[in-house]
Design a binder for this molecule. Structure first.
Ligand code: ADP
Ligand code: MG
Ligand code: ZN
Length: 649
């Protein structure tokens, strides 16, 4: 071959390489689209299944919920009157009338409605409009008390039975249950009452036989299922109710029910084909945002204080923290900087808790810095922000917690600070829970996602099918101009695995932080890789890469239990061997600002490089076909072949 051909050949090689890379991008986009379609298919199948399960007769389908909205039932007039007279409300909210009509028609009903949607009215109003009493199962005494307080104020006769009830009170309630003259409309009990009190069950039996048990409402019905975020063993025993009292209509209510949880609940409660009403989980007035947690705690506090004192000046909000210690520290720092803040966590005296709750409700305290203990029953309408100091332990939890914002339908913000260390703190905490880690990783996936609409991600989690166009730019992804770029991180992955193998040979266990140190050329020299220079990326990007490898199972967590703590170490994951193949690629999306740094690779040996810039995705969450391949003078030589396996975030 003539010498003069060399530049032409080099040119052609570059051309071919560029085209190959473009094909990779297309494959990747198609794979992504495939994933989306698979998910949509799954969600649609679930919906269809849910509908057909709920369909006893053709009228019993969700699609016919219009029929349940009618106002010409024999009870319609009374229901309307009591709505005004007893509850002082003018109109029904979404799905309330349907649910009330269905239960008045003695159907078994499941109502899935976001927190704050107004589920309680759906059994309280029918209780007032029916003969006899309604039995309400409620998981927490505090929740019962909140509802009883409201009912008492409205003058609706209701009471509760729990472990703290006096003998006289118990006797009185038992008497009322069978007394035909009784005006008692609602009896709230904890599930343990059903599970453990034979006496109470025998009274229920008598009341049922006397036609006094109007219906049974099971609030927070997801507590039945281990798949829910709030499993309570006593809920498992509630199947006895439908078996013993088959003719008393049952109503299950929850804010969080994936199809799996619902199916579980049907089985556990022995309800055959409940009519299911599902309200959308979309909260159009909430703005969702995920931020990177600043690494210095003083920067972090400053960030939060700025938000509270500037953007939310004088407005009410919640800061959720991982631990009581975090709560106390954050509250102290906020107070020190002039913010009216108080703490709320499980270890406080009930008196102090209710003091904080009241001050906050009355707007005498701007912010409650709380653990998840500040939860069910919090119903302040004008919460303008919910800040997560750490991510939640599951998407269900996050939805619930962030959902306390904006109950008045005015705009409110949900800001989540995502931090690398938090993954492992929470992981060590949930390790003993059945599906704890799986749920946490779903949460982490949500935080890692730079490209999809937050609403689409949330909707997917709850088996809803959603289109990012409906977001109305009410999330960071949809409203952001920032684009991101697909980056090949395979060599980084290989370096990480090399470090892990080296550590294993040395019988050293690596915590995530130690791994990060060794990779960035810090810490014990024996753990570092002498032949691979540390990557020249900012730390958050290194964390992002490790997190990605974890979610994709190239690496995994391995827990060590001591008397004092559970420690998470990093080991090779089940997919580590795949990365041994030279053509296996892992692609991760990075923000532009960071990919600029990736452009100058860490070393000549590093193959990590951005793919051609045309594969930037705008982050709209929509699928876009990549433009046709172009020649790029910057394109680097790629060893990948078209059949290389590509793994994307
Ligand atoms: P959920 O149990 O779904 O979380 P709740 O039953 O506690 O919600 O109700 C939340 C709030 O909404 C309560 O303050 C309640 O008074 C209010 N609410 C319920 N129904 C209506 C309605 N039809 N109109 C106005 N407010 C309502
Ligand atoms: Mg409720
Ligand atoms: Zn969006």
């Amino acid at each position: 071959m003539a010498d003069g051909d060399l530049p032409a050949l080099v040119d052609e090689l570059e051309h071919v390489t560029t085209e190959l890379q473009a094909i990779e991008v297309q494959i990747q986009e198609l794979l992504e689209r495939q994933q989306e379609l698979i998910q949509s298919k799954r969600a649609l199948k679930t919906k269809i299944q849910r509908l057909s399960e709920g369909a006893g007769t053709s009228a019993d389908t969700e699609a016919s919920s219009e029929d349940w909205k009618r106002q010409d039932f024999p009870w319609s007039q009374q229901v309307q009157e009591e709505l005004r007279a007893s509850f002082h409300l003018d109109s029904f909210r979404t799905l309330q009338l349907e649910t009330i009509n269905a239960t008045m028609a003695a159907k078994d009903v499941f109502l899935i409605m976001p927190t704050g949607g107004g589920k309680s009215l759906c059994y309280q109003l029918p209780a007032v409009c029916s003969k006899g009493f309604t039995l309400v199962i409620c998981p927490l005494v505090s929740l019962m008390e909140d509802q009883l307080m409201v009912l008492q104020r409205l003058g609706v006769s209701a009471t509760s039975l729990n472990a703290a009830s006096s003998k006289e009170h118990v006797r009185w309630v038992h008497g009322e249950m069978t007394d035909r003259q009784s005006q008692l409309k609602l009896i709230y009990v904890t599930p343990e009452k059903i599970a453990k009190s034979k006496l109470f069950m025998s009274r229920l039996e008598k009341a049922y036989q006397a036609g006094r048990l109007a219906r049974i409402a099971i609030d927070e019905v997801h507590c039945c299922s281990q798949w829910g975020h709030d499993f309570r063993p006593d809920y498992k025993t509630l199947g006895i109710l439908k078996r013993q009292f088959p003719n008393a209509p049952l109503m299950g209510l929850t804010a969080t029910a994936t199809s799996q949880v619902l199916r579980d609940a049907h089985k556990i409660l022995c309800v055959q084909r409940p009519l299911t009403f599902t309200a959308s989980f979309n909260r159009p007035n909430l703005f969702y945002e995920v931020r990177l947690k600043p690494s210095s705690s003083s920067d972090f506090i400053e960030d939060i204080v700025k938000l509270i004192n500037v953007r939310y000046k004088g407005q009410s909000g919640i800061v959720y923290c991982f631990s009581q210690k975090d709560c106390e520290q954050v509250a102290l720092s906020l107070q020190g900087l002039g913010v009216r803040a108080g703490t709320y966590h499980a270890n406080m005296e009930p008196r102090d808790k209710s003091r904080v709750h009241t001050l906050w409700t009355d707007n005498k305290m701007q912010v409650v810095v709380a653990t998840v203990a500040f939860g069910m029953g919090i119903d302040k309408p004008d919460v303008r922000f919910v800040i997560h100091h750490s991510m939640s332990k599951s998407m269900e939890n996050y939805y619930q917690e962030s959902g306390r914002a904006g109950r008045d339908d005015q705009r409110a913000d949900c800001i989540l600070y995502s931090g690398f260390g938090d993954i492992f703190r929470i992981s060590s905490m949930v390790v003993m829970e059945n599906v704890g880690q799986q749920k946490l990783y779903d949460m982490v996936r949500y935080c890692q996602d730079l490209r999809r609409c937050r609403r689409v991600l949330i909707a997917k989690h709850f088996d809803e099918v959603w289109d990012s166009a409906q977001c109305n730019q009410m999330c960071d992804t949809c409203s952001s101009e920032r684009s991101c770029e697909a980056v090949d991180i395979s060599d980084y992955g290989r370096a990480i695995l090399q470090i892990l193998r080296r550590a294993a040979d040395l019988e050293e266990k690596l915590t995530p932080l130690k791994l990060l140190d060794a990779w960035s050329g810090r810490g014990a020299p024996k753990l570092r890789l002498p032949q691979v220079p540390p990557p020249k990326l900012p730390r958050p990007q290194l964390e992002r890469i490790i997190t990605h490898l974890l979610l994709q199972q190239y690496i995994r967590e391995d827990f060590s239990f001591t008397a004092y703590a559970t420690i998470s170490y990093i080991k090779e994951g089940p997919k580590a061997t795949a990365l041994r193949g030279p053509d296996h690629q892992i692609i991760l999306h990075m923000r532009d600002s960071t990919t600029a740094q990736v452009r100058s690779p860490a070393s000549s040996t590093s193959r990590a490089s951005p793919l051609p810039s045309r594969q930037k995705s705008s982050g709209s969450g929509d699928h876009k076909r990549p433009p046709p391949p172009q020649r790029s003078p910057k394109a680097k030589k790629s060893r990948s072949s078209p059949d290389a396996s590509i793994v994307i975030d």
